[in-house]
Each structure stands twice: as structure tokens, then as C-alpha cells.
Design a protein around this ligand. Sequence first.
Ligand SMILES: Cc1cc2nc3c(=O)[nH]c(=O)nc-3n(C[C@H](O)[C@H](O)[C@H](O)COP(=O)(O)OP(=O)(O)OC[C@H]3O[C@@H](n4cnc5c(N)ncnc54)[C@H](O)[C@@H]3O)c2cc1C
Length: 429
Amino acid sequence: MPLDILIVGAGVCGPALATLLLRADPAAFRLTVVERCAALRTGGQQIDGIPVVRKMGLLDAVRNVVVHEKGMAFVDKHGNQKFQFGVNDTGKGQQGFTSEYEIMRGDLVRVLYDASLEASEDAKKQGGSGVTYEFGVSVDNISQKEDGDGGVDVTFSDGRQRHFDLVVGADGQGSRTRRQAWGDEQGRAAFRTLHSYAAYFTIPRDDKEDSDVAIIHHLSGRRMIAFRANGRPETQCYLICNEPAQAPLLRDATGYTHKSVDEQKQIWRELYADTDAWCRERVFDGLEKTEDFYAHEAGQVKLDSWSRGRVALLGDAGYCPSPVSGCGTTASLVGAYVLAGELARHRDDVAAALDGYDRVLRPFVDEVQSLPPGAPTVVTPQTDWGIWFLHSLGRFITTFRIDKLALSLMPADKGGIPLPEYPELKLVE
Ligand SMILES: Cc1cc2nc3c(=O)[nH]c(=O)nc-3n(C[C@H](O)[C@H](O)[C@H](O)COP(=O)(O)OP(=O)(O)OC[C@H]3O[C@@H](n4cnc5c(N)ncnc54)[C@H](O)[C@@H]3O)c2cc1C
């Protein structure tokens, strides 16, 4: 009998896990993915490096949609450049502050979803059950015995009931699966805010302003406006506010952003109402008209264990390191790789697979969750004087090429802890 697995969430790591499991053994797994949105959520902007994609043999698919960024220019309120971090041209070490394989979130979600459908077709040709996606469906209730023995009974939002051997919550940083399996209080407490709030949206490209260099403008009150164009038809605009005093404005009593998109846009408009920056009109106009708006409270998810009985958490749901780490997507993909590897290795012993998942992944997650001291507030000064100091420091660093020196000393592959090998996954790089 195949292992019957429910994956909750068709974001980045849900489809990645499905692909890896079906490729490992087409007959061993019957997979169902439920996604609460009516269609694949392809919103979002540039996301971080993705070493697992290489292991999954999807590098060519990703290369076609990879984003090329040549540096970051820091500008004053008139749009005049104060300093620029560029690409490392020493020929050694890491090539820039942007990682090698940055990609738009929507492109990556599509690549992974398509790969899972392809793996599913192959599995079915070999007599397997493949993967079934159900959009517009979520989980209302899960119940299992204390030790998880006997699997999980699931009630879906449309009233159907089904039994699964394993439920994997891949439903993002606010994971409902986490709250259902760990209990509401513990599930919420696992999210530790960094008091950093970000809104990401696309605006029309302006060829006179936009290039392959990201533009960053600081405002007092720990705020930033950033533009990233990188040869794409639309430009990404980021608003970032690292001021804890703004928390009551941005988060609701539950600690998560549950406001409507229009309400969220209004909050961001108010937050930036005092700006007289050269780009004011572009930002406000773009914010008004964009249909690709995503905002969240950045934080980390910390748990002592990533499974409860036969419910496991994957990606942001279990160990979100926050965008501040620059490794949110990497962590979720490495997690999918390790969970798939352990399930393929211990297919008749789910408890052993979940133990292995925790043991093998823990050092990697500890590493990506450790943030530099003072992050993220230290890069967003409170006062105009602080911004002047930041610009002066940046000019000093770039004049003496200390940025290039630092980059040339960093390993070219920011992989950190090497990925464990799972021959059971039958991956050909
Ligand atoms: C629309 C969107 C835009 C994003 N934009 C950015 C960005 O611009 N920059 C950045 O750094 N990070 C962004 N992120 C977060 C980023 O994708 C993740 O931090 C990272 O890639 C880890 O992915 P994940 O698969 O763990 O979670 P996610 O990519 O967040 O995927 C979670 C999935 O679960 C679904 N889901 C949630 N709750 C339920 C439920 N109860 N039942 C069923 N399905 C559910 C969601 O709709 C989503 O498809 C965005 C996430 C989303 C959902």
C-alpha cells in the first residue's frame, strides 16, 4: 500500500516535496495537495538562492527565469546616488550581494508545480497514484492519537472527511496546520516577530529610472523604499518599516496580517505620507494600481520539534528564518529535500523518518536562523543624522573597496552546511 500523504499548501515547498517523493518511488506515495486559494499563488517578488533546485535537476528551467542584478545604489531624497555596492569583480568568492540564482517567486512556484505534475504523470504510467491538487480547499480539523499511531483523520473545508498516514503543513509562516496540531496558543507563540514589516508590489517599468542596479532610499523612522527592475517588464517596489512603534498599526490582535489588501494599502500610504522623496508619486500611484500586492510581518518560527505524531511542518510553517536571513526559500527547499529523503529511506516507518528529518535538518535551520547582531533595525536608521552616517560609512567602504574584499572572502556558494546525500531520491544533478 502506498503511503497516503496530505500536503497543506501549494507554495514553494509543498510542490517541491511532491516532486521529490514521486521521483524517488512512483509507487510508494499517494499524494494530495490542498491549497486554500482558488489557483496557484504566483504573487511575490525576488526570492533567495536555491541550491536544492540544482539537485532536483531543475537548474535549466530556473536559469531561463533567473534575475540578474548588478548591484545596489543607495540614494538620497532627490534620487542622487550616495554610494553603490557592486558586483565582486576580483574573480574570487561570492559575486555580489544578490545570490547567484535569485528568481521571482511566481516563476519558482510555477517551475516546481509543473515539475510535480510531470513527476505525477510519470508515476501514473508506472502504476502509481501520483499527486492530486485541490485548489480552494483547506483543512478545518485534524485529529490523531497522542502518539500518531494509526494516522490522521482530516475534515476539509468542504465537509469531506479522509484518513491519511501523514499530514505535512507547508502552509507558510502563519500556518494553520501548526495551530491545529500544536494547539492555538503554542502554534501562535512559535512565531517570533522581528518588528519588521514589508510590502512588496510591482509597478510599471520606467526605462529612464530603472536598470539592473537596485535603488534603495532610506527615510527616517526606520523606513526604506527600494526598486528592483533587472531587465524585467515590471519593476518591483518594496516598502520596509523596522519601527516597533508602528506595530499596532500593522498587526492585529492575533499577530498576523489579516486585513484586506485595500486596508493594508491604506496603512502603508499613511506610513509614508510624510515623504517628499523624488519617487513619491511613483510609489503612491503604483501602490494604488498594483494587483500584485503582498505584505507581511517578518519574523521567525521556532519549535523544538517539527512533528507532532503524524503531522509534520515544512518550510516557513515550521522554521521560517524570515526574509532578513536571505534564506527563506532555501530553507524551505532544503527542508523538502531532507523530509523527502528521510521518507524515501524509512518508507515503512514514518516515526523514524520524522526523527531523521528533525535531526538532519536542525543544524542547517539553526544556522540560517542566526541573524547578524542588530538585524534588521541596524540597516534602517531612526533619524536623518543616522541616514547621513550610513551614507558616509557606505562611501568609505566602497571607496576603499572593502565591500569587494568582504565578498571575495565569502565562499562562492552560500550553501553553508553541505546537504546530506540521499541516494534514495535518485536525483541526477
Ligand atoms: C503570495 C505570496 C507572496 C510572497 N512574496 C514574497 C516576497 O516577495 N519576498 C519574500 O521574501 N517572500 C515572499 N513570500 C514568502 C516566501 O514564499 C516564503 O518565505 C518561502 O518561499 C518559503 O515558502 P513556503 O512554501 O514555506 O511558504 P509560502 O510560499 O508562503 O507558501 C504557503 C502556501 O500555503 C498556502 N496556505 C496558507 N494557509 C493555508 C491553509 N490553511 N490551507 C491550504 N493552503 C494554505 C498559501 O496560500 C501558500 O500558497 C510570499 C509568500 C506568498 C504566499
